[in-house]
Design a protein around this ligand. Structure first.
Ligand code: NAD
Ligand code: 9W1
Length: 416
């Protein structure tokens, strides 16, 4: 029995899911490939993963391949209630609503565990963790699980190191067609989307400061450059700083960049990147957004403390007036701007992440009982296959090695 916010939202949710389906060709191809043979028939799959339009496409694909999916959210704020309603109407046991309390959040996860799943899917390892803690009898029936994020995998590795992990986990997070595309292209584009939605600011002609030139920072910088921004990068790592410079970006300490930026985006995963001493150096009208650590990169408390006044200008956009008279705009209270002010990663990127989930589930089902309870990487060929399906759906073909080329690459006879 599903438990959701409001069944009347189903029609709107269906439209959202259909839209996502039209943007997720790899998952749709996999769905088509397995809907007749139904390799997941008889398997209950418990998911604890953001209830979004993209996740709904994964759920539908699993169901089409014969599985019985039961689902809870993995974050109290990410559930799209209309999507949850549409899934419930399709007969899927969804336990999720937006703004859920901590107590209800765990109740929802436990409903999924009580369905005695054969396979689990997590984003953050909450379901794996609760199942191990409170439902030892259910663990015996579980073939394996899949984990979406690095944070979740770290948690599961710790369980394995303590000798407590009772079933194998596939690290979807480590697939190249997952993390590289999610972090670089997903975060890059959705971060700019969040900034645009919260401000409607024109990017062309602005100076945009990116703190941290890792995967997320690289994506943000690359896309902002394309929109006509001048980019300044701040770093603590010499190699990544050099990469940014070779890409044509200016590199300097935050204490210098603070004076020059029109828009600031933090993507470091570290705390205290933009602090009180920086606010005082900034130009009037500076816009601050975070896309890295969920709320520690911009010292919002310090801004709150030193400001003479503040007012909400529009959704996810608060204006602070500093003692020097300058106005500073903080987006989404310094939380992840691409999630709070936009809609997370675009469907096209989630397509590959969730195709990895789908194939990882197939892998577990096929190798039932043969994988030891530990963290495992997905087969390398799966990454290639997902990229190759994605290319095909984009109408792109590529070359393949000829026999002479293979021989040449494998040989050592030929010198200089
Ligand atoms: P990464 O390790 O590839 O990059 C982080 C970069 O920041 C590194 O180059 C590092 O040298 C630099 N850095 C660290 N401390 C710094 C400091 N004090 N000043 C300047 N630079 C500093 O990591 P990533 O994959 O790019 O992830 C970065 C953060 O973004 C993490 O917190 C991650 O959880 C988060 N993230 C957010 C989303 C999203 O949807 N918004 C998606 C993926 C990851
Ligand atoms: N995951 N479908 C918010 C997303 C919260 C969120 C979070 C995504 C997707 C990073 C997963 C307000 C979707 C998710 C929409 C939304 C994530 C946290 C997705 C990006 C990661 C903590 N982490 N993600 N789409 N909220 O985009 O499943 O709109």
């Amino acid at each position: 029995m599903a438990k959701i916010a409001d069944p009347k939202l189903a029609a709107q949710g269906r439209l959202k899911i259909e839209w996502a389906e039209s943007r997720m060709p790899v998952l749709m191809e996999l769905k088509k490939r397995y809907e007749t043979s139904k390799p997941l028939a008889g398997l209950t799959i418990a998911g604890c993963l953001h209830v979004t339009k993209e996740t709904a496409v994964l759920i539908r694909a699993l169901k089409a391949a014969g599985a019985n999916p039961v689902w809870s959210g993995c974050n109290p704020l990410s559930t799209q209630d209309d999507v949850a309603a549409a899934l419930a109407e399709e007969g899927i046991d969804v336990y999720a609503w937006r703004g859920i309390s901590k107590e209800d959040y765990y109740w929802c996860i436990e409903q999924c565990i009580k369905a005695s799943p054969h396979i689990t899917i997590d984003d953050g390892a909450d379901l794996v963790f609760v199942a191990h803690q409170k439902y030892p009898e259910v663990l015996k029936g579980i073939i394996g699980g899949c984990e979406e994020t690095t944070t979740g995998i770290n948690r599961i590795r710790a369980m394995a190191a303590a000798g407590q992990l009772k079933y194998p986990i596939m690290a979807v997070s480590d697939a190249e067609t997952k993390w590289d595309f999610d972090n670089v292209y997903g975060t890059g584009e959705s971060t700019l989307d969040g900034i645009k939605r919260a401000t409607n600011v024109m990017l062309a002609g602005k100076t945009l400061v990116v703190a941290g030139y890792g995967h997320c920072g690289k994506g943000v910088a690359m896309r902002a450059k394309g929109m006509g921004c001048d980019i300044i990068v701040t770093e603590i790592d010499s190699i990544n700083a050099l990469r940014a410079r070779m890409e044509g970006f200016k590199v300097m300490p935050m204490s210098e960049a603070a004076k020059l930026g029109d828009i600031f985006v933090t993507t470091t995963g570290c705390n205290n990147i933009i602090t009180e001493k920086h606010f005082e150096l900034m130009k009037n009208g500076a816009i601050l957004a975070n896309s890295g650590h969920f709320n520690l990169e911009i010292d919002a408390a310090a801004l709150e403390k030193i400001a003479k006044s503040k007012k909400e200008i529009r959704d996810n956009n608060v204006e602070y007036i500093l003692p020097n008279g300058n106005k500073i705009y903080l987006l989404a209270e310094g939380r992840l701007v691409n999630l709070a002010a936009a809609e997370g990663h675009p469907s096209e990127v989630m397509d590959m992440s969730f195709a990895n989930q789908f194939m990882a589930v197939l892998h577990l089902a096929k190798n039932k009982g043969q994988i030891k309870p530990d963290v495992h990487n997905l087969p390398k060929a799966q990454d290639q296959e997902i990229a190759s399906i994605k290319l095909a759906t984009m109408g792109i073909t590529i070359d393949s090695l000829t026999d002479e080329q293979k021989k040449y690459l494998a040989g050592f006879e030929e010198g200089t």
